[in-house]
Design a protein around this ligand. Structure first.
Ligand SMILES: NC(=O)c1ccc[n+]([C@@H]2O[C@H](COP(=O)([O-])OP(=O)(O)OC[C@H]3O[C@@H](n4cnc5c(N)ncnc54)[C@H](OP(=O)(O)O)[C@@H]3O)[C@@H](O)[C@H]2O)c1
Length: 255
């Protein structure tokens, strides 16, 4: 009985940025929970591999590379989801970037990199949720936005990223208000997770040590440790949870 609350049997989920790191772990966890899953990103080969992976776990799926910042791509993706899987119940807005040109003190940040970061991390989530809205309402579905501790507190030298993630937490709350009671909209805010995005941080002894000094659990998370909170938010176990932002940060924001 209890575990059934966490099952996604008969549901269709789209996971953006589902080809590696946190998104790949979420796609796998959702497939294991019984969902049909469409993991997507910009890279065709990576999408093919992620699709093969969820199919191996029993999910129906198809390959459709997408740039979430491109509205035509997003339209094409959800058209295929409708045609091939009959609609969508869960959208996980996980695709995210933090390019080098966006790092530094405000005066050093490249304006184009600022725009690109916001367009992908925030605009992409908006476009996907908006495009899926009709189906989500029909299905009584849910949206899970992968934000960050950088959506809750300031981080030095990461202004575009922090702005995009604060925006994503705000978007989560305002969409939750407009789409209740049919659709639940929540966010998960990871702390530091071992993925390609944080390779350089983890490889730099000084930065790694300063992150661990602020992390009570004293380590980076594995991507699977963010998949659990995402699965909870998408599942019936969270049926009274909307407009919330669940931290999964090893205690980082508890200080
Ligand atoms: N790792 C952490 O410590 C951490 C902490 C807090 C929050 N997060 C958030 O968690 C999410 C996943 O991060 P991650 O660490 O797993 O990063 P990652 O390993 O770099 O994976 C990012 C994924 O997003 C895809 N992607 C990037 N830009 C895209 C676009 N425009 N359209 C479609 N897909 C796109 C990438 O594939 P392609 O490049 O092939 O398109 C890839 O699949 C991000 O939103 C990130 O901000 C991560």
């Amino acid at each position: 009985m209890t575990h059934e609350m966490f099952e996604l049997d008969g549901r269709v989920a789209v996971v953006t940025g589902g080809t590696r790191g946190i998104g790949r772990a979420i796609a796998r966890a959702f497939a294991d929970a019984g969902a049909d899953v469409v993991p997507t990103s910009r890279s065709e080969d990576a999408v093919d591999a992620a699709v093969a992976d969820v199919r191996d776990r029993g999910a129906d799926s198809f390959s459709c590379p997408v740039d979430v910042a491109n509205e035509d791509d997003v339209d094409a993706l959800f058209e295929r989801v409708e045609a091939e899987l009959g609609g969508v119940d869960v959208v996980v807005n996980n695709a995210g970037i933090n390019p080098d040109a966006a790092l530094g003190r405000p005066e050093a940040v490249d304006a184009d990199a600022f725009d690109e970061t916001v367009e992908v991390n925030l605009g992409g989530a908006f476009l996907c949720a908006k495009r899926a809205a009709e189906h989500l309402h029909d299905a009584g579905g849910s949206v899970v936005n992968v934000a960050s501790v950088g959506g809750l507190v300031g981080l030095p030298r990461q202004h575009p990223y922090v702005a995009s993630k604060h925006g994503l937490v705000g978007l989560t709350r305002s969409m939750a208000l407009d789409w209740a009671p049919e659709v639940r909209v929540n966010a998960v805010a990871p702390g530091y997770v071992s993925t390609e995005l944080t390779d350089d941080l983890e490889a730099n002894d000084r930065l790694r040590r300063s992150i661990l000094d602020r992390t009570p659990l004293d380590r980076f998370a594995d991507p699977e440790e963010i998949a659990g909170p995402a699965l909870f938010l998408a599942s019936d176990a969270a049926s009274f949870v909307t407009g919330s932002c669940l931290t999964a940060d090893g205690g980082w924001t508890a200080r």
